[in-house]
Ligand binder design. Structure first.
Ligand code: MG
Length: 279
């Protein structure tokens, strides 16, 4: 099932529905995606389409995450290598343990919405295409074998980054958290539709040029490992979003950063494409 948050051309109110080939089936009584994740799907009254696609504007599936997004750094081998060639000191790892950081997200925009350039505070705006895992029920002391039972679904997240701020402040939080730095979409694919752990092709293009191409089976620290490890330290609440890391091909590795007008498309097999233009 593909779940979406959307509005229509005539009504800016956010609603939640199921994305079908020809339109969206409205889920009545659902306040927002956070409520749906925590309380589960309502009884669906019919299986048709309520709103045709040409009247639908997709928003981020979770426009207002309940907590900061949990992120993995340096979780693909080829991206570790390119990061160190950019700055050996910043991206040195003392131990082979997951690098966790968080990303403040007051509002996540969806596909088609702009990424603000923030030219006043950064000259090194960068993209990172990532598979995001959404937790479906509170996870505490979960084993790797049990981890799949706690996944609600998956979406595409662009972990937009200001490299100069990431470097300047030592901790990555600020450089990862500017307004508009967490576009997500186009939908959440629910967990039962994707074999666990996911092995999905992932690509990112900038102005149509292929920049990133990998597969989520190449994650160094796997989704079962991440869920299990975090849940042994705190309760991984339902609605938590985990951005699992990005492969090589980011602007930092090329010495080439995003500029106003650039169009970034992050796509993952079976989920869809998230396209945003820098403004
Ligand atoms: Mg990232």
């Amino acid at each position: 099932m593909k779940l979406v948050t959307f509005c229509t051309r005539d009504d800016p109110a956010e609603r939640v529905g199921v994305l079908k080939d020809s339109g969206v089936m409205l889920l009545p009584g659902v306040r927002d995606m956070n409520q749906l994740i925590v309380e589960g799907l309502p009884d669906v009254v019919h299986d048709g389409v309520d709103i045709p696609l040409d009247q639908v504007t997709l928003l981020s599936p979770i426009p207002r995450p309940m907590q900061d997004v949990l992120c993995l750094g340096l979780n693909y081998a080829d991206h570790r290598k390119e990061s160190r060639s950019f700055n050996a000191e910043d991206f040195k790892l003392e131990k082979d343990l997951p690098v966790y950081f968080s990303k403040r997200v007051s509002y996540s925009q969806g596909t088609g919405a702009p990424i603000p350039a923030h030219s006043d505070v950064t000259k090194e705006l960068d993209y990172e295409c990532e598979l995001a895992v959404i937790i479906g029920r509170d996870a505490l002391n979960v084993t790797e074998e049990e981890a799949g039972q706690y996944v609600f679904g998956y979406t595409v997240l662009n972990d937009v980054t200001a490299r100069d701020l990431q470097h300047a402040h030592k901790q990555w939080h600020f450089g990862k958290s500017l307004e508009g730095f967490a576009p997500m979409g186009p939908c959440i694919v629910t967990a039962e539709e994707i074999a666990f752990p996911p092995a999905l092709e992932l690509t990112c293009t900038v102005n149509g040029e292929l920049r990133q191409h990998s597969n989520t089976e190449l994650l160094i620290h796997t989704i079962p490992e991440i869920i299990s490890q975090l849940s042994h330290g705190f309760t991984l609440k339902a609605g938590s979003i985990i951005a699992t890391g990005t492969p090589s091909g980011v602007g930092m590795g090329r010495g080439e950063f995003l500029q106003p007008g650039d169009v970034v498309t992050c796509a993952i097999e079976g989920i869809g494409a998230l396209t945003n233009t820098v403004e």
